[in-house]
Design a protein around this ligand. Structure first.
Ligand SMILES: [Zn+2]
Length: 168
């Protein structure tokens, strides 16, 4: 619950980024932001109860250099790749995250080096690069654009976000 995403709006109501509910609650508690929409859920500490927000708004305007931040997680890699194996196109069954350049070859934990792969392709590729394994990526992975990312994952965003993200 505290890990669920909260939409963060600038002081002028334009979307800036998403953050964890934990961070959002802290920002509200520190007086840096206010709750625009609540999820209706609460989290309790020993002495206090906090609303879990769906959307918060900064009380001070920040410059547009603020970048959208989509967390690099296994779940987000699979979402970006639409749970489709990036080697064979399979989209059924359990998916894994493959390091294109294996960690043992210096491959990093980045959007450009991680792709969704079916277990068969992951096993076949093993600890090799695509070149040595003779496997070709369907497309070169990159960090997803936040609007595209959210648009393709409507089910995963709080319904109240749509007004602010202009997703219909
Ligand atoms: Zn595959």
């Amino acid at each position: 619950m505290l890990g669920s995403a909260v939409l963060l709006l600038n002081q002028n109501y334009t979307p800036l980024t998403t953050c964890s509910a934990r961070r959002a609650i802290i920002m509200v508690w520190l007086g840096k932001a206010e709750i625009v929409e609540s999820t209706g859920l609460v989290v309790r500490s020993v002495t206090m109860t906090f609303d879990i927000p769906a959307i918060i708004r900064l009380l001070m305007y920040v410059g547009i250099s603020y970048k959208w931040n989509i967390q690099l997680t296994k779940q987000n890699i699979l979402r970006r790749d639409h749970k489709t194996c990036q080697y064979c196109g399979e989209n059924d069954g359990p998916m894994t995250v493959d390091h294109i350049i294996p960690r043992s070859h210096g491959g990093e934990e980045t959007w450009g080096n991680l792709v969704c792969a079916c277990s068969a392709c992951n096993n076949k590729k093993g600890n090799r690069t695509p070149q040595t394994a003779g496997m070709i990526l369907i497309k070169q992975p990159k960090k997803p654009n936040i609007r595209t990312f959210l648009f393709h994952n409507k089910g995963h965003i709080h319904s109240t976000w749509r007004t602010y993200l202009k997703i219909y």
